[in-house]
Design a binder for this molecule. Structure first.
Ligand SMILES: Cc1cc2nc3c(=O)[nH]c(=O)nc-3n(C[C@H](O)[C@H](O)[C@H](O)COP(=O)(O)OP(=O)(O)OC[C@H]3O[C@@H](n4cnc5c(N)ncnc54)[C@H](O)[C@@H]3O)c2cc1C
Length: 386
């Protein structure tokens, strides 16, 4: 049986759930599909940090500033407690090169209205008393960041969408597409074919695998496998979430197969420490953790927090994250296949979710959007063979 919708969303992570919510709210008859459960991939693996400073500073500035305004009213909009808390973030700085890179970022962030402050090693320990400042020059502090519960956010989007008619199909991989006179027409699944005027790919790291069925490959889009782990709960509290400044020294290209570890540490509201991240660019979707990843993460965290030496690790996990070479999302209509849209590979994904859902809905219902998406169009680096 072929069922008809106005819009079909593929992927039920952070991005797909927001897109499904906004489309359903706008009155479009919408369905969402995921090959696994809700939040089956990167969106079940993350720390829920509401990052705003980790942006590409050329084209992404208007997007993140607009996203911030939409995010500010999200709890009211969804009428849902998202576990929001303001934490602030710290990037501890180890060497002169990192200091130089981050002091330039401090200036640029301040100029666009994102609070950012270089702090001395002494100030660092005032902000985060558990940190060992011995080998640190200082840090870059962002007072305006925070954290939420990822599952509450995704659950809120999908529940509110369901209340206005969203149809959901989980454990239902999309395996192919039909076109009619060059325009997207339907998707293939084990539950049958489903047709829609608009189909939106919110498929994260899996996007190139899926658009291969349409003869498309977006060369700009790669993916990394990111690994993390969680400890037993701790009575002491971290005041911030922290990530090593060495991330900004790395540049965009991670050599394939090379395992990198950047210290990232957050504490959940229940006291568990979330430790990350090691990552490597991959050409497969295995979600097992390479044997050397967990010791790397542990070492990178203990360098800053030797007091955590005796903590027990409860479990570790891995997930594939879309990683575009140019740091820009793939976001907007696919020019070679009318009716097909893509929204994937965002940095600072949590804060961007409401704006992405709103923008896709505007594009589908009006053909234009308040946000200028020119720099993010997927065709910026495409090979089309059909
Ligand atoms: C350890 C770790 C910590 C992180 N911490 C943070 C953080 O604190 N803050 C932050 O903003 N970001 C963080 N991230 C990044 C963040 O998790 C991702 O950017 C985000 O989850 C991407 O969401 P998405 O919806 O685009 O993709 P995904 O969550 O990957 O969703 C894509 C969905 O598409 C589905 N899919 C794919 N192909 C098909 C198909 N053929 N048919 C049907 N369904 C399909 C998948 O099953 C998946 O559910 C972290 C990542 C990791 C790994």
């Amino acid at each position: 049986m072929n069922q008809n919708f106005d819009a079909i969303v593929i992927g039920a992570g952070y991005i797909g759930s927001s897109v499904a919510y906004h489309l359903s709210k706008a009155g479009l008859k919408t369905a969402i599909f995921d090959q696994g459960a809700i939040a089956a991939s990167a969106s079940r693996a993350n720390f829920g940090n509401i990052q705003i400073q980790d942006l590409e500073l050329e084209h992404s500035v208007p997007m993140i500033l607009l996203a911030r305004t939409r995010f500010a009213t999200l709890e009211q909009e969804l009428d849902w407690k998202l576990g929001l808390r303001k934490l602030g973030s710290l990037l501890p700085i180890e060497n002169e090169n990192q200091w130089k890179i981050l002091s330039a970022r401090e200036q640029e962030l301040q100029a666009i209205g994102i609070p950012s402050e270089l702090v001395s090693a002494h100030q660092l320990t005032e902000l985060e008393p558990c940190i060992d400042p011995t080998n640190l020059l200082g840090g870059l502090y962002h007072a305006d960041e925070g954290q939420l519960d990822p599952f509450q956010l995704i659950n809120a989007y999908l529940t509110r969408a369901r209340q206005v008619g969203l149809k959901e199909y989980y454990h239902c991989p999309v395996t192919g597409f039909d076109l009619h006179t060059g325009k997207i027409k339907s998707i293939h699944t084990a539950a049958g074919n489903f047709s829609a005027d608009s189909i939106i790919l919110c498929t994260g790291a899996y996007t190139n695998q899926l658009v291969k069925k349409l003869g498309i490959k977006w060369d700009v889009l790669h993916y990394v496998l990111g690994q993390a782990m969680v400890t037993e709960p701790l009575p002491i509290q971290l005041n911030t979430h922290l990530a090593s400044a060495s991330f900004f020294e790395m540049g965009a290209d991670i050599p394939q197969g090379v395992l990198l570890a950047n210290m990232a540490i957050s504490q959940s509201t229940h006291g568990h420490l979330l430790l990350g991240e090691s990552m490597y660019e991959a050409d497969h979707f295995k979600t097992h953790i390479p044997g050397n990843a967990l010791p790397w993460i542990a070492r990178s965290v203990l360098k800053y927090f030797p007091a955590f030496q005796k903590l027990r690790i409860l479990r570790g996990w891995s997930a594939a994250i879309a990683d575009p070479n140019d740091g820009l999302p793939l976001f907007g209509p696919v020019a070679s296949v009318p009716g097909l849209y893509v929204a994937t590979a965002f940095r600072s994904t949590v804060i961007i979710t409401p704006l992405v859902g709103e923008t896709i809905t505007q594009l589908i219902t009006t053909g234009t959007s308040e946000l200028d998406i020119q720099a993010f169009l997927p065709e910026r680096n495409t090979y089309v063979s059909h």
